[in-house]
Design a protein around this ligand. Structure first.
Ligand code: EPZ
Length: 418
């Protein structure tokens, strides 16, 4: 098992090139299947979740080749519509295979998805949405059986703006005659990126970024080259790190407009943020002030995927702050680990009350999920002495090499194979 050793107390200086977004690449990879063409994705960050999705595509008959950081996905000969449990249990985004399989083969048999243990993570909205397109669905023995032989376009009303359900229904609709309209859909930038990818392949989708998306079916697609958007959660993680450690860093290939909710909060804690084109310049000269009113919501509200990281920041900020986590019922597991480092946190259901302390101190902690693990790295970077972080595999699902990035910025952090 791999462990991170972090020596806290160093300011951060230097620049980081932000990778392409995990949560854009995953639906785009699954969407490639429905085109029956060759997709070339540039600047692909090979997160472990991306590697899992590639294995799923290969199990369906796709041929995937990595050339440098270009990923060539040849979906022409794909001829299977079953995604086995050995693949789905590792990654939540395996559920996104339903839409493309139905679009191409009008059938799908997909085992229930896995993913971060941050909550129950039901799939009822995916199922309800696909049934609105007249898909016949049975769930038995851990599998979802879909019969799309009589699928048709139509109106889909989402009870909650679910990112995955929005993406699944978009992909299920692109090959249906007529127009499908999704109401109350998710508005995340990754949804817009999926729309742009589908249109680049010859599809006809509009409205992404708003709460109503319209998809007009097309019969044929063409080969495409595409570059996904920058990862706003990785970028946000490094912005929070600068606020915690002090110093001055530059983020390149960064889309400021994707992180406006976070930037608003970080400015209130004292972080200086300037931007020029796709670059963000950050500097922090003082101890952070506590931030009020951090409430996670669907985009464009404060992102749940940055909640653990900003919680780590609050543990060493001056004053008391309150965080409310509305998306997931088990996204506070990091708190027990931060309390081992001297943090003062009380949890009351969805609410975390944090009294800032002057310093955290190094301890042996364990990552419990992807973003919680990233939060522990940030805490270790500011703590007195050494922090060891176990179960680093969680962090690798969404950060290419978090220790290399922070070493580039002057931190002392290394990965040890135990
Ligand atoms: C996507 O997950 C992201 N993952 C998550 O990022 C992110 O936290 C989440 O969106 C919210 O922004 C990917 O894109 C691969 P949802 P997804 O469906 O699609 C409930 C990370 O760290 N819900 O928008 O699974 C659900 O329980 C990961 O990168 C239902 O009730 O999220 C949750 O409370 C973690 N029924 C809320 O909706 C459903 O059928 C948001 O879920 C589906 C979801």
């Amino acid at each position: 098992m791999e462990t991170l050793y972090v020596l806290g107390g160093k300011e951060l200086h230097g620049d980081i090139d932000i990778v392409t977004a995990k949560n854009a690449l995953l639906p785009i990879l699954s969407c490639g299947l429905l085109t029956a063409r060759v997709i070339v994705l540039h600047r692909v960050a090979m997160f472990t979740d991306v590697s899992y999705m590639i294995k799923i595509l290969e199990s369906l008959g796709c041929i995937v080749t990595l050339i440098g950081d270009d990923l060539v996905v040849d979906t022409v000969l794909a001829d299977k519509y079953e995604v086995r449990e050995e693949f789905t249990k590792k990654v939540r985004s395996s559920i996104f295979m339903l839409g493309p399989l139905l679009s191409r083969f009008r059938r799908a048999k997909v085992a229930y998805p896995g993913g971060c243990n941050i909550g129950n993570r039901p799939i009822d909205l995916h199922i309800k949405g696909l049934k609105s397109l007249n898909v016949k669905i049975e769930e038995r023995h851990g599998y979802i059986y879909c019969d799309g032989s009589n699928m048709r376009s139509g109106d889909v009303h989402l009870d909650f703006p679910s990112v995955g359900a929005t993406e699944n229904i978009m992909m299920a609709s692109v090959g249906l005659k007529g127009t499908t309209t999704i109401y109350n859909c998710a508005r995340e930038p990754e949804i817009e990126d999926l729309q742009n990818f589908i249109n680049a392949c010859g599809g006809r989708v509009s409205g992404a970024g708003s709460s109503i998306i319209s998809i007009t079916g097309v019969e044929n697609f063409h080969d495409v080259e595409y570059t996904a958007i920058p990862d706003r959660i990785v970028a946000g993680t490094y912005m929070i790190a600068c606020a915690m450690c002090g110093g001055g860093i530059e983020l390149k290939n960064c889309e400021k407009s994707h992180n406006l909710a976070l930037i608003d909060k970080l400015k209130s804690c004292g972080l200086n943020i300037r931007s020029k084109k796709d670059r963000l310049y950050l500097s922090m000269k003082s101890k952070p002030k506590s931030i009020s009113n951090i409430v996670t919501q669907p985009y464009p509200g404060f992102p749940t995927d940055l909640q653990s990281q900003i919680l780590a920041l609050q543990t060493i900020s001056r004053g008391t702050s309150v965080i409310v986590e509305n998306l997931y019922e088990s996204r506070y597991k990091i708190c027990n680990e931060l309390i081992k480092m001297g943090a003062n946190i009380r949890i009351n259901d969805r609410m975390a009350i944090i009294n800032g302390v002057p310093k955290l101190y190094g301890a042996n902690v364990t990552a419990t999920d992807l973003r919680g693990g990233a939060g522990l790295v940030l805490a270790g970077l500011t703590a007195d002495g050494y922090t060891t972080i176990e179960d680093v595999y969680h962090i690798d699902r969404g950060y290419l090499s978090i220790e290399d990035d922070f070493c580039k910025l002057g931190a002392e952090i290394k990965r040890i194979n135990k």
